[in-house]
Design a protein around this ligand. Structure first.
Ligand SMILES: [Zn+2]
Length: 456
C-alpha cells in the first residue's frame, strides 16, 4: 500500500472524527480542576487522545495543558503542531456551528478549518504512515495544542515542563505554500500626565479598539470659548466633524480601518485628530503632548519620525500602528504596535521608540514582545515542504514572509504550512466556517507526505 492509498483508505474515519471533534464546543472558559482552559477544551483534547490510542499510536496528556501522539523510532523528532481550541461561534450562522454537518462536499462548523480539520487530518496522516509500513529515521510527533486562540499558554507550558522540541516541524494553521518569515511584533503602552490651565483644554480624548487595528474613528472633547468652536465649525479640516458642546466643542476624525500588520492600507483617525488639534492654543504640557503625537506618530506607518525605520529584502519595511488612545484632562495613555523585519532584531528599533517617548515625558507602562521567526528558503525544512507542495498540487511554490504571527512562533524550528490554498475563501473566525472534503483530504495527503519526507 502506498502512502497515498493509506491516507485515502482512512477518509471515512477521518471525517467522522472531525465531526465528533467539531461537536465539542472547545472555546476557552474559566479554569476548573483538571481543565486549565475550561471543560470543553479538555473534552476535545481527551477525544483526540482517545482517537490516537484507538489508532494504535502512543498518546500523552501533558497535565491537560497540551497533548501529543507519536509514531516511529529515532533520536530526533519532527513535529506537526495543531490546535483543538476554537474561537466563539459568534452570530450569523446558517448551520449549527457545532453540528459538523456535511453538505455539498463541505464540512461546516467552528474549527473545521481552524484548526480541527487540519489537526485531525494530521492524526490520520500519522496513522497512514504506520499503515504503509514506511521506514523512518526520526520520530513524528503530532502536538495537540489547546490554547492557540487565546495566548498559546499551552505551548509555553509544554516548553517549560520539558516537552521535547523538534529538529524541524510545521503547523497547518496558516496557509500554503510556506510562511518562513514572520515579523517581530512589539506592543508598547505609554502614559503621560499633564497639567492644564487656560481657556482651551482637553476634556476627553480617545479612539481605537485594539493595538493591532488601525482606528477608524477618534474624538476629542475640548473646553474652549464659543467663538473658537464657531470658527472650527465654520471651516472643519478634511474628514473632521466639529460640533458645539455646553463648554466648547467636540472634534471627531474619520479614518479607514485596516489590520495592524498592514497599517499603510488604512488611515489612522487618531493621527488625523491630533494633527488637527495642534492648531489649538493648548497650554503647557498638554499642548506639548499633542504636538509630540502629531509629529512622531501622526499618520505615519513606518516609524521613521521615531527613528525606528527599518527594512530588509525578505520581509520589507518595519510597520507601525498607533492603535489606541485614551485620555482626560490630566493624563493620556496610548498603545503602539510595531512589526520589525525578519532579519532585524528588537534592539534595532525598540530602544529608539522607547527613547523618543520617554524624551517627551511619557512612561512605558507595559510592553509585549514576540520575536520574529525566520527559517531561510535554503533550509532542509523549507526546501522539503516546498517540494512536497509543488508535487502534490502542481502549483508554483515560493515561500513568503508576513507581518502577522502564526502558531509557528510557539515552538522553535517550526513554520506555517497550509491548510489554506491560494485563492481559497477564508472563513476562519467567521460564521459558516467550513472546509471542503476534497481539500481536507488534499491536506491529509500533503501533511502525510511532508511528515514522511522530513522523517525518512
Ligand atoms: Zn488557528
Amino acid at each position: 500500500m502506498t502512502l497515498q492509498e493509506a491516507v485515502s483508505a482512512r477518509q471515512e474515519e477521518l471525517l467522522r472524527t472531525l465531526q465528533e471533534s467539531i461537536r465539542i464546543r472547545s472555546v476557552q472558559a474559566p479554569a476548573e480542576e483538571g481543565c486549565p482552559y475550561g471543560p470543553g477544551v479538555r473534552r476535545c483534547l481527551d477525544h483526540a487522545l482517545e482517537t490516537a490510542r484507538g489508532l494504535g499510536l502512543k498518546a500523552v496528556d501533558m497535565d491537560h495543558q497540551a497533548g501529543w501522539c507519536e509514531y516511529g523510532e529515532g533520536e530526533e523528532m519532527v513535529a506537526v503542531l495543531g490546535h483543538l481550541d476554537v474561537v466563539p461561534e459568534g452570530d450569523g450562522w446558517s448551520f449549527d456551528p457545532f453540528g459538523g454537518e456535511i453538505r455539498d462536499g463541505k464540512v461546516f462548523g467552528r474549527g473545521s478549518m481552524d484548526d480541527k480539520g487540519p489537526t485531525v487530518a494530521a492524526l490520520y496522516a500519522l496513522a497512514a504512515i504506520r499503515d504503509a509500513g514506511l521506514p523512518l529515521r526520526r520520530r513524528i510527533r503530532l502536538l495537540l495544542g489547546t490554547n492557540e486562540e487565546t495566548g498559546s499558554q499551552d505551548m509555553k507550558y509544554y516548553r517549560a515542563h520539558g516537552g521535547e522540541l523538534p529538529v524541524m516541524g510545521f503547523t497547518p494553521d496558516g496557509e500554503y505554500p510556506v510562511i518562513n518569515g514572520e515579523k517581530g511584533i512589539v506592543n508598547m503602552t505609554f502614559r503621560r500626565t499633564y497639567a492644564q490651565s487656560g481657556a482651551v483644554r482637553i476634556k476627553r480624548i480617545g479612539g481605537g479598539s485594539a493595538p493591532n487595528v488601525v482606528p477608524a474613528h477618534a474624538r476629542a472633547e475640548i473646553v474652549c470659548p464659543p467663538e473658537l468652536a464657531e470658527q472650527w465649525m465654520a471651516a472643519p479640516a478634511e474628514k473632521l466633524r466639529v460640533s458645539e458642546t455646553a463648554d466648547g466643542m467636540l472634534v471627531e476624525a474619520e479614518g479607514v480601518s485596516a489590520h495592524g500588520a498592514s497599517p499603510q492600507e488604512g488611515e489612522n483617525a487618531l493621527g488625523r485628530l491630533v494633527r488637527a488639534l495642534t492648531a489649538l492654543p493648548l497650554a503647557e504640557d498638554a499642548g506639548a503632548a499633542v504636538c509630540f503625537l502629531a509629529e512622531k506618530l501622526g499618520m505615519e506607518t513606518d516609524g521613521a519620525a521615531l527613528g525606528a525605520a527599518l527594512r530588509d529584502e525578505v520581509s520589507g519595511p518595519l510597520t507601525l500602528n498607533w492603535g489606541t488612545l485614551e485620555g482626560d484632562d490630566t493624563s493620556l495613555s496610548l498603545t503602539v504596535n510595531f512589526r520589525y523585519p525578519v532579519t532585524k532584531t528588537y534592539e534595532d528599533c525598540g530602544p529608539a521608540v522607547r527613547a523618543a517617548f520617554e524624551g517627551a515625558g511619557f512612561t512605558l507602562e507595559r510592553e509585549v514582545h514576540k520575536p520574529c521567526l525566520y527559517i531561510p528558503q535554503s533550509s532542509e525544512l523549507v526546501q522539503t515542504l516546498l517540494r512536497v507542495y509543488a508535487e502534490k498540487t502542481g502549483l508554483p511554490a515560493a515561500p513568503k514572509s508576513i507581518g502577522g504571527g502564526t502558531y509557528a512562533k510557539a515552538i522553535p524550528n517550526v513554520v506555517a504550512f497550509g491548510p489554506i490554498f491560494p485563492g481559497d475563501e477564508v472563513r476562519e473566525h467567521k460564521p459558516d466556517e467550513f472546509i471542503e472534503v476534497d481539500k481536507l483530504m488534499k491536506n491529509a495527503q500533503i501533511i502525510a507526505e511532508a511528515m514522511y519526507q522530513l522523517a525518512k
